[in-house]
Write a protein that binds this ligand. Structure first.
Ligand SMILES: C[S@@+](CC[C@H](N)C(=O)[O-])C[C@H]1O[C@@H](n2cnc3c(N)ncnc32)[C@H](O)[C@@H]1O
Length: 229
């Protein structure tokens, strides 16, 4: 565990909240329009959930979309006070709460479950996630977990295909004015090991593809709770 890195992840989202919200809402993140938004909504819709927890909901686009398209109850949680404020502003009747993953790991009851499904869209960024994953299992007993994240073979770039901390400069957004963010790169095997060790079983692996290049836009994992042996 690297508390310094976790603190920097958290503060970067507070610093970047306004710019990030503008980028998401203006549709200027190309990969999202090219397929990752649709892919995560479809993955959750397949589960036909009556209730969904959106972990690391950010400014809340996915919570709003799921509530509208699926008619389900959605709770969005995020550690950034500013992003939670922006989510509430956009959806005053929605349920958005400022809760840090560390607090969820310590007390899953804070989430007010049970939920049929949990979704984390590009929101698991730290090395330490076992406590959170175990807590989510308790928040969605018998339910499902959908994780969308960067595709390890694409995000690897020229670096080694090995777990480790990397730094997001937000160069794709022009970098200027953005606060850099450390994030923990994981291989495919590492994702599988983390999830399995926490009690989740990976049921489906999807790789939404860029219609132009044919390359994967993301890695999308659907998991269910693993029955005790
Ligand atoms: C890349 S954004 C994704 C936001 C949203 N899921 C979306 O699809 O637009 C990552 C989000 O994870 C949240 N996050 C990261 N680490 C967190 C932590 N330790 N506790 C709570 N939220 C965290 C950030 O505040 C940020 O809103």
């Amino acid at each position: 565990m690297r508390p310094d890195k976790d603190d920097r992840i958290r503060t970067s989202w507070d610093d970047n909240a306004g710019r990030w919200t503008e980028a998401v809402r203006a549709g200027s993140i190309r990969s999202r329009g090219a397929g990752t938004d649709t892919a995560v909504v479809e993955a959750v819709a397949r589960l036909r959930p009556g209730s969904v927890l959106d972990v690391g909901c950010g400014e809340g686009w996915l919570a709003r979309r799921l509530a509208q398209d699926l008619g389900c109850r959605v709770v969005g949680v995020d550690g950034s006070a500013e992003l939670v404020r922006l989510a509430r502003d956009a959806d005053p009747t929605g349920d958005y709460r400022r809760i840090d993953y560390g607090a969820i790991a310590a007390d899953p009851a804070l989430l007010g479950g049970p939920f049929d499904a949990v979704v984390a869209n590009f929101a698991l960024l730290s090395e330490e996630m076992s406590g959170l994953l175990r807590a989510l299992l308790r928040a969605a007993p018998g339910g499902a977990l959908v994780i969308q994240t960067v595709h390890p073979w694409v995000a690897c770039g020229d670096g080694p295909y090995k777990d480790g901390w990397r730094e997001e400069t937000f160069a794709a957004f022009g970098a200027e004015g953005w606060s850099r963010m450390p994030w923990f790169y994981r291989t495919l095997a590492s994702w599988h090991e983390e999830l399995t060790a926490a009690g989740w079983r990976v049921d489906a692996v999807r790789e939404p593809a860029d219609p132009e290049s044919g390359r994967p836009l993301s890695l999308l994992l659907t998991c269910t709770s693993r029955p005790a042996a």
